[in-house]
Ligand binder design. Structure first.
Ligand code: AMP
Ligand code: GLY
Length: 429
């Protein structure tokens, strides 16, 4: 079959890598792709959010299955456009994608269907929002309703930080209409985990649980990013807790959406915090997590194509399962200086050859571009170095050894990925 992957980050490289191993895939396209994906798929020069042009391309090339990486395309309605043309696509409709593109929609759904989450209030008037935070006090969390590339949530430790967040989002409109309305919610405490399922709306096929590292610096300091590293599986969720999350969070979410007339197909990603009162939902995403999936797919033994196919056709019956190989997988993100703020691109990447063929090691490109025989940085998150091992420590050792020779001007990365699971003291570097 001919398969199109939409997107051009580390997540899409991992997907293309996995799909390229399927005996069912004859031709693989990626739009727009990146320097690393260019070695495995035909790059198509169409932006991920140029959804009409993507649909025309898929029609012209007789693409049998399209898989969407980033949320922007889903929120814009790529699935609706493809399905209108009779094209097969793995992902939720625009209306169902509101689970990620509107935090207010997600919170109301959780409330209605009794899905455990933080207590919250919704505001469209900054004056009322300020009065509310003055009344309830800090710490408190202020979230923009709309998509903000992972930067729309402010965990405020003081009242003045909370008032400042309301100003930035609602008065200064730093995220334009995305911050027109806000959710203000209680601050929860606990470890965060990422639980993803592939679903046809009725059956949910769980992936291994992963943990992301959202903050830029070691010890979970600094600003929030898209994610600086991940590993799977995570020791903080055992089989009993995983079943509890599936039954109390994932299935009620899918059933709730269906009851609202919004059946969900694709990847449902639940970001949870494990509080002393049990798991609580922090956020939903409607696509594979990045970098979580780079740390999960290398452990998947099963062919991904039949699973995606069955999900698209609504026949992910109870008999389909994911087979996982034993061991652990870890992913460390190498980023450009300045990320997640302004950063420079076009820096030559050195030392990639050394890691490319080591066993138990994979390099997934994110923001890179291939120029003749060399690669240059072309984004905030540039590379994902991924290692497999019989335990997490071995996987991480492989990754950090492989990073040694790799470099580009201004490269930054976290040196403490996995520190919670390894129960190591937090590194201060
Ligand atoms: P979100 O934009 O909802 O994905 O949140 C981004 C990050 O902010 C999460 O990964 C958490 O680290 C933090 N966060 C969000 N909501 C809360 C909350 N209610 N309590 C504590 N931390 C939170
Ligand atoms: N790593 C978190 C996300 O994909 O949104």
């Amino acid at each position: 079959m001919r398969v199109l992957v939409v997107g051009g980050g580390g997540r899409e490289h991992a997907l293309v890598w996995k799909l390229s191993q399927s005996p069912e895939v004859r031709q693989l396209f990626c739009a727009p792709g990146n320097g690393g994906i260019a070695d495995l798929a035909e790059l198509v020069d169409i932006g991920a959010e140029d959804i009409e042009t993507l649909a025309e391309f898929a029609e012209q090339k007789d693409v049998d299955l399209t898989i969407v990486g980033p949320e922007g395309a889903l929120a814009k309605g790529i699935v609706d456009i493809f399905e209108k043309r009779g094209l097969r696509i793995f992902g939720p409709t625009k209306a169902a994608a509101r689970l990620e593109s509107s935090k207010i929609f997600a919170k109301h759904l959780m409330k209605k269907y009794h899905i455990p989450t933080a207590q919250f209030a919704v505001f469209d008037d900054p004056q009322a929002a300020r009065a509310y935070v003055r009344q309830v006090g800090s710490p408190i969390v202020v979230k923009a309703d709309g998509l903000c590339g992972g930067k729309g949530t402010i965990v405020a430790h003081t009242l003045s930080e909370a008032l400042g967040a309301i100003d930035l989002l609602m008065e200064d409109r730093i995220f334009k209409q995305a911050g027109e309305r806000v959710v203000i919610e209680e601050r929860l405490i606990g470890e965060e985990v990422s639980f993803m399922v592939m679903t046809d709306g009725l059956t949910a096929l769980p992936l291994l649980l992963a943990q992301d590292h959202k903050r830029l610096h070691d010890g979970d300091k600094g600003p929030n990013t898209g994610g600086m590293g991940a590993y799977a599986p995570t020791p903080v969720v055992d089989a009993t807790l995983a079943t509890q999350i599936l039954e109390q969070v994932v299935m009620p979410t899918l059933r709730g959406l269906a009851a609202e007339g919004l059946p969900f197909k694709g990847v449902l990603y639940v970001g949870l915090i494990l509080t002393s009162d049990g798991p609580r939902v922090l956020e939903y995403n409607v696509r594979f997590g990045d970098p979580e999936i780079q740390g999960i797919l290398p452990l998947l033994e099963s062919d991904l194509v039949p699973i995606l196919d069955e999900a698209v056709e609504g026949r992910l019956s109870g008999t389909t399962t994911c087979r996982w190989r034993a061991g652990n997988c870890a992913c460390v993100v190498l980023a450009s200086a300045g990320y997640p703020g302004d950063f420079q691109i076009g820096k030559e990447i050195r030392g990639l050859e050394s890691g490319a063929h080591q066993s138990g090691l994979l390099v997934f490109h994110a923001g890179t571009k291939k120029e003749q025989k060399r690669y240059v940085s072309w984004g905030g998150r540039v590379l994902n170095i991924v290692g497999l091992g019989e335990d997490l420590e071995t996987a991480l050792k492989r990754v950090y050894e492989a990073i040694g020779p790799i470099g580009f001007d201004g490269m930054i990365y976290r040196k403490d990925i996995g520190f919670r699971a390894l129960k190591k003291p937090v590194s201060q570097s």
